[in-house]
Design a protein around this ligand. Structure first.
Ligand code: GTP
Ligand code: MG
Length: 363
């Protein structure tokens, strides 16, 4: 075991969730790859049930180059990366996954490029490789197509031309993240994209090819919720940050609630309109709550008793939102009898009320 070398030059931030088995091999490989560099590793673990943080802290107690932040009551890759980056004090910060998909041998090359000053961000790109090699790391045709699509959307939404704007493997000068730390969405998966999209001026980027390997051990955390979060992040950037990714997601969930409402209303019509309408409204409110809890507020997801008390609060605030909706629509309709305009205005006020109050009081 080597002592920490100073002055520190490179912090490697590694978000982890249930990666216990990968930690020893990951650290051993970093040690080899980073010979001659004054580095530290910051593992940011979201209280993994498999005890990843315990494994990491056991190593950290013996090796001053390793530290572990254990975050409790929060979940999310992007938030973990930002927290790790802000905890570090080195001039260069790298971000990589714990599952050994990213080639640690690329780190010295990234550092060389940044030290030379020709770029502020060095990105490990999966797509500067022959297609056959890209395919190796992305299990399944759906994952490959999804990755290409995410990439294409990211390229369209950014003003920098990159082959892999959603890469999870990159290194940057610390100013790049310091500059935008307060603006980043904490509940996303694509933190590089967000860091680049938030910059006041497009930073100079260099892409370096690497071979994206299959995961060593453990399971993937990429799921439908992650995809939905990414799409709302892109939409937020396209709106030039007028709407937050969360507000967009909340709006989409609300739209799904309208569909639920209509379907349930139709199904229960034979019991009389008023009863059917009440059942439909209650079902839509419940499905909105559950989807928002699972996706929009994934990083603060409620479980157990908190899920129930949160539901009651959600119903309470959304009922007030409904009153505001009807009040505004009726008032506007009195002055300007255009039914659809009054209806839309009421719905917009109700939605804004629901989003603002529930984000404060429920989640
Ligand atoms: N702290 C923290 N880390 C996370 C969270 N979700 C994922 N990670 C870590 O982020 C990295 C990337 O997650 P993966 O599940 O490997 O995602 P992926 O590489 O896109 O998917 P695969 O190709 O299937 O591995 C891994 O090191 C995960 O342990 C989270 O909620 N919190
Ligand atoms: Mg992975």
């Amino acid at each position: 075991m080597a002592a920490a070398a100073y002055p520190l030059e490179l912090s490697i931030v590694i978000p982890t969730y249930e990666e216990r088995e990968n930690i020893p091999e990951l650290l051993a490989r970093l040690e080899t790859a980073l010979a001659g560099i004054a580095w530290e590793v910051i593992l940011v673990d979201d209280d993994s049930p498999d005890g990843t943080w315990q494994v990491a802290k056991a190593v950290a107690a013996r090796d001053p180059r390793v530290s572990c932040i254990r975050r409790v009551g929060r979940r999310g890759l992007a938030g973990a990366v930002v927290e790790g980056a802000l905890a570090s004090s080195a001039p260069f910060i790298a971000v990589m996954d714990a599952d050994l998909q990213h080639d640690e041998a690329l780190l010295p090359e990234m550092l060389r490029v940044l030290r030379a000053g020709s770029a502020e961000v060095a990105i490990g790109s999966r797509y500067l490789q022959p297609e056959a090699r890209v395919v190796a790391g992305l299990a399944g045709a759906r994952r490959r197509l999804g990755s290409r699509l995410a990439n294409w959307l990211g390229r369209k939404a950014l003003s920098i031309s990159l082959t892999d704007p959603v890469s999870g493997f990159f290194m940057m000068r610390r100013e790049v993240v310091d500059r935008v730390a307060g603006k980043l969405a904490v509940n996303g998966f694509k933190v590089l994209f967000d860091i680049l999209a938030c910059q006041p001026q497009p930073p100079r980027c260099v892409e370096l090819p690497y071979e994206f390997r299959p995961r060593l051990a453990g399971r993937s955390k990429l799921d439908h919720g992650v995809v939905a979060q990414y799409l709302s992040l892109i939409a937020a950037k396209l709106s030039r940050d007028m709407l937050s990714p969360r507000a967009i997601m909340f709006g989409l969930v609300g739209a799904s609630g309208v569909a639920v409402h209509i379907v349930v209303l139709r199904a229960f019509l034979r019991f009389g309109f008023a009863d059917a309408q009440a059942v439909a409204a209650l079902t839509a409110m419940t499905s909105n709550y559950l989807i928002n809890n699972a996706v929009t507020y994934r990083s603060r997801r409620k479980r157990g008793l908190a899920l129930v008390t949160g539901y009651l609060k959600f119903c309470l605030f959304c009922s007030a939102g409904l009153a505001a909706n009807i009040g505004v629509a009726a008032a506007l309709h009195d002055h300007l009898p255009i039914w659809w305009l009054a209806g839309l205005a009421g719905a917009a006020v109700g939605a804004a009320w629901n989003f603002t109050t529930t984000s404060i009081a429920v989640w």
